[in-house]
Write a protein that binds this ligand. Sequence first.
Ligand code: 5AD
Ligand code: SF4
Length: 478
Amino acid sequence: MADIDITKYFKPDLKEARKRSKDVSQSVYFDLADDVKGIGEGKTYKIDTYGCQANEADAEIMAGILEQMGFTKTTDETASDLIILNTCAIRENAENRIWGELGRLKSLKRTHPDLILGLSGCMAQEEVVVEKILKKYQHIDLVFGTHNIHMIPEYVKTAMLSKERVIEVFSKQGDIVENLPKARHHTHKAWINIMYGCDEFCTYCIVPYTRGQERSRHRDDIIDEVRSLVKDGYSEVTLLGQNVNAYGKDRKDGYTFGDLLNDLDQTGIKRIRFTTSHPHDLDVKTMEAIRDSKSVMPFFHLPVQSGSDRILKRMNRHYTKASYLEQLARLKDIVPGISVTTDMIVGFPGETEDDFQQTLDLVKEANFEGAFTFVYSRRAGTPAALFEDDTPEEEKKERLQRLNALVNLGYKRGHARFSGHIVEVLVDGESKHGNGMLAGYTEHNKLVNFKGDPDLIGQIVSVRVTESKTWFLIGERV
Ligand code: 5AD
Ligand code: SF4
């Protein structure tokens, strides 16, 4: 077979993606073009999302646009006319899973030749991925990245009508796109992007390349979105950004994340959560906003990554173990009883047993009530990919187990402190434990299972905690 001409496609470039400009991003307003309205009538779509909440929020936008075009959602892949894999690139094992899926879908395409198979999300932003798709995964019809989700109508139209492969990934972010339709997953809680991208450039992380430069949405667009959710009966919003504490910095008008929390508190939404934070940008105003507002929940996810100053420096994290613990002490002082969780990476290149001990020490001091823990994964194109790494994989896994044993004690302690208390629970749905049990989260973000009528789903109810386990609480309605 002749070589494919890959020059006609728009491919990503990580070096280009690294560049940052000083310009303030402009907002543009999405409007579905007339020529794509209705082209999905009688057709179905399925979106498989991997990775973080940013991807889940993107999937709700893609679904919203596709539904405006007339498509109907399905969960049955054999009945799908369009399948999009919305991918994650944060670690190698996330990517391996997706390559497996892409391979598996080849046979589906053989039996359903009219099926359009698409790939979006962070993996699409990597040039090595796009090259591999072009050369070896010819059953993939459509590839677009994180910066051009709003262009999905044109891409789908081209793929449907011309039967051509559509590969269009922009390395650099464009304007902030507002007025995007969303097919939200839940009816009582919602994701809200408050900013896009990340300028931190932690040396291990691919996100500043795949998600681009930090761009904050204008406060009025965010406030309007929350107000309209309140009108639609939503109780909880989770504000999303790679580093929400940097919200507003790029707009250069002095309006910060703390200001946004205070303004959103006035919208009438009952619960506000946010994720994720960077210790280096966390300010006292934000802590005070949590304390002073009715709706910002007493829960904070504050990734620390490592407890070793040497490793933190090599990670480009801009804080030390001592300054992190100081931030934490200030936060707990201002918001007594707040629940704090974190992210940690073990086996960063050059991490010694002594560095790892510093991480264990920090966990003991910080009293985390939960943590996501990871073995370092080399990401091509990031600075740390070039660092020497002589710790055997087995040793890294063993460190992870030792860390997890300590972290699990924190989960247990975090639940035990609510034993006998009456807690307010936003009921999410039926519990996976069955037995007529419902499940939901407390203000401190603790999972509670209790007996109740499904009519309560979506409501905030009072529950007395009767038992505490490592991973959740059990209670009864009061
Ligand atoms: N390897 C392992 N973990 C990583 N994370 C980010 N990049 C990597 C990587 N290359 C983790 C960090 C971050 C979380 C979302 O994922 O802990 O906070
Ligand atoms: Fe990645 Fe660091 Fe940005 Fe988080 S703050 S997305 S870890 S570069």
